[in-house]
Design a protein around this ligand. Structure first.
Ligand code: NAP
Length: 301
């Protein structure tokens, strides 16, 4: 029996693991995909106090190393069911069943899709949701980024150093992301802004060949590009294990109070999957610490 099972090995989950392991608790982290969560998509972290010029990947590996060093166990298994019994919680994965006394839900978010025909089929064949991961495949090629938040801006800046040409397509004429990055992008010769426009078609059979972009006046144009990086925000990870947990209308888990309690005793929430206003590394780490400390206090009672 584990003292704590943490579902999700992003910043929130691994921060919880660090706090709980340091309190001598027996901790298991379950991760469906890869360590780090959304931050591995970031080329350079610049806004975490005391940490800068570090890549999302390097940061994630450091977090993992720290958690493992403190005795946390990490297993790459997708949690698929959660049962709350009177005196324990059972977590089912595709392979195993684990029991614990407390559970932290830190599943994070996933990339929002454009929901266009062909999007799924062309993913990995010109459509990507991670410029840091896939950008190098398009060295010297023409690419586009869709979105107006910090991810899109950072992606466009990163790609401007690799690709021959970068189109930045955004549905409004104002960016949600950092103005300093917008200014930096404006200075790049190989970056072209396409504003008040959306991507309306993805063309290509075995690989992406071109996209159709439509502006507010319904004018359409075709861009012949090798890759489209979609960076239009995130949505909460949708998983059946959340069926018993209270969520808002968008699917984010509601914390009942500042201590990260969910509606179910001994089950806590942390990170981007929590209903909140600011989703950043620093708030993920904060949630993870608070959830773990609450759980530890209640385990010690
Ligand atoms: P975001 O801030 O939610 O921005 C999503 C962008 O996509 C918005 O510009 C939005 O347009 C656009 N969009 C949403 N749905 C769309 C659709 N269906 N079609 C076309 N465009 C659509 O997401 P994000 O950029 O991934 O950032 C997520 C969080 O991480 C933010 O808090 C961000 O600040 C943070 N982050 C920070 C950094 C950094 O500090 N360097 C880097 C990456 C991410 P509208 O603007 O019109 O709504």
């Amino acid at each position: 029996m584990y003292d704590m099972i943490i579902i999700g090995a992003g910043t929130a989950g691994l921060t919880s693991a660090i706090y709980a392991s340091r309190s001598d608790k027996k901790v298991l982290v379950l991760e469906a995909l890869s360590i780090g969560g959304q931050i591995v998509n970031t080329n350079k972290i610049d806004n975490y106090p005391g940490l800068f010029h570090i890549s999302g990947y390097d940061y994630s590996m450091k977090l993992k190393e720290q958690a493992l060093d403190l005795g946390t166990e990490i297993k790459f298994e997708k949690a698929i069911d959660l049962i709350k019994n009177d005196d324990n919680i059972e977590v089912m994965t595709e392979k195993n069943k684990y029991k614990c006394k407390s559970c932290i839900l830190a599943l994070g978010v996933v990339s929002r899709k454009l929901n266009l025909p062909n999007e799924k089929e062309l993913t990995g064949k010109g459509i990507s949701y991670c410029a840091t991961c896939d950008g190098m495949f398009y060295k010297g090629k023409e690419v586009a980024v869709n979105g107006g938040g910090n991810t899109a801006l950072d992606d466009a800046l990163f790609l401007s150093g690799i690709a021959k040409k970068v189109y930045l397509i955004h549905r409004r004429d104002e960016f949600r992301g950092n103005i300093k990055t917008v200014e930096e992008l404006k200075k790049k010769d190989n970056v072209e802004f396409i504003l008040n426009s959306t991507v309306t078609k993805l063309n290509g059979k075995d690989k992406l060949e071109s996209i159709e972009v439509t502006d507010k006046e319904e004018n359409k144009k075709i861009l012949n590009i090798d890759a489209l990086f979609i960076a239009i925000g995130q949505i909460p990870e949708n998983n059946n294990i959340l069926d018993i947990i209270d969520k808002d209308e968008k699917g984010y888990i509601i914390a009942k109070d500042n201590d990260m309690h969910t509606n179910i005793p001994h089950i806590y929430v942390a990170g981007d999957i929590r209903e909140k206003r600011l989703r950043q590394l620093v708030t993920a780490a904060s949630d993870g610490a608070v959830a773990a400390v609450t759980a530890i206090r209640e385990l010690n009672k």
